[in-house]
Design a protein around this ligand. Structure first.
Ligand SMILES: C[S@@+](CC[C@H](N)C(=O)[O-])C[C@H]1O[C@@H](n2cnc3c(N)ncnc32)[C@H](O)[C@@H]1O
Length: 329
């Protein structure tokens, strides 16, 4: 039997002989092979969560379908603007702010009217869904519609049109398949609002409300300011952004394991989706920089208990309302 040469002695000189032995020593890599490896490693690093964010959310919705997020009990009590004519009688009573919560004294509970969208700018935009509707809401990162459908059901304003978008095509497909989508009062589409090339299907200055519920936390922190400033342009003067998301040191943040932190207060979950945990000041800075006026910026601190397992869960959410000033337009 042929004696196996020592390591370092079997060199592949003719590529055609590659399968004549199980291994070769001192193998040279060509440039193409080197570049391929480099790009693969780059993809394996944290940037893949940014580059492929849509795919991670797509996989999330493929797996969970419409079973993960639930319609929220608090939607109309916290955001009466979503159904200004009144909320269903079974809705929960007004929330009392917990200790540490800071409420802006000017928080207006009644819905303040926006100024009408400029007809000139809408005409120059051409035809678009919801063009003939006077009242327009837009939910960003709508998932499978846990806000959009309750709003369409509760708000009977015949002039209301609701746009909703999500990064995930699977989520939007589930929105389209919902029987309540067929009413012609809604337009759901795929969009990445954090992308500078994001094109929205309605003109600037045309929206009464923009709804951001647990979505900004999924955007890379370096893109948050641009995202908010970009969205603010679409509000009518007097229009509002309604925001609710994770607060700093919420239980969900404290539960992350070592290695899941991508950068300060920004984490990746096991399935590749990401989440940021905000302070009130960070949000105030971003919304104000986008030219908006503070109506509300509160911390909602809650102790939830599992009585059976004797567990205490300290939850922290931040809720904000920022409006586009009437006077600057
Ligand atoms: C935590 S989920 C919340 C879903 C929904 N707002 C709710 O509360 O049920 C975040 C959602 O934002 C979407 N999303 C993340 N980044 C986005 C982006 N840049 N543009 C649009 N949607 C995005 C995700 O696909 C996901 O559906």
């Amino acid at each position: 039997m042929e004696k196996r040469p020592q390591f370092g002695n079997r060199v592949l000189t003719n590529p055609e002989n590659v399968f004549q032995h199980n291994a070769w020593d001192n193998v040279e890599w060509d440039e193409e092979q080197e570049a391929e490896a480099e790009s693969k490693v780059a993809k394996n690093s944290a940037t893949k969560y940014e580059d492929d964010a849509d795919q991670f959310w797509d996989k999330f919705y493929l797996k969970h379908q419409n079973r993960f997020y639930k319609d929220r009990q608090w939607l109309f009590t916290e955001f009466p603007e979503l159904a200004p004519e009144g909320v269903p009688s079974e809705s929960t009573p007004q929330r009392v702010l917990t200790e540490g919560a800071v409420s802006c004294p000017s928080d207006p509970t009644p819905f303040t009217l926006t100024s009408p969208a400029s007809a000139a700018s809408e005409d120059s935009f051409g035809d678009f869904p919801g063009k003939t509707s006077k009242t327009r809401f837009f939910e960003v990162g709508c998932g499978v519609g846990n806000t959009v459908f309750p709003v369409l059901k509760t708000n009977n304003d015949p002039n209301l049109f609701v746009y909703c978008c999500d990064l995930s095509a699977n989520a939007i497909q589930l929105v389209h398949e919902n029987p309540e989508y067929a009413g012609g009062r809604c337009h759901g589409f795929v969009a990445d609002v954090s992308s500078p090339s994001c094109q929205l299907p309605f003109p600037e200055n045309s929206l009464d409300l923009i709804i951001l519920i647990f979505v900004l936390s999924a955007v890379h922190p370096e893109k948050m300011q641009e995202t908010i400033s970009g969205l603010a342009k679409y509000l009518k003067p007097g229009g509002k952004i309604l925001f609710r998301d994770y607060g700093r040191y919420d239980l969900a943040q404290l539960r992350f394991k070592d290695g899941q932190c991508l950068q300060d207060n920004f984490y990746v979950r096991g399935e590749g989706t990401r989440v940021y945990f905000f302070t009130q000041e960070e949000l105030r800075e971003m919304f104000v920089k986008a030219g908006l006026k503070e109506e509300q910026n509160i911390t909602d601190r809650r102790l939830q208990v599992n009585r059976q397992r004797q567990l205490k869960m300290y939850r922290i959410w931040i809720q904000c309302k920022y409006s586009k000033p009437l006077e600057s337009f």
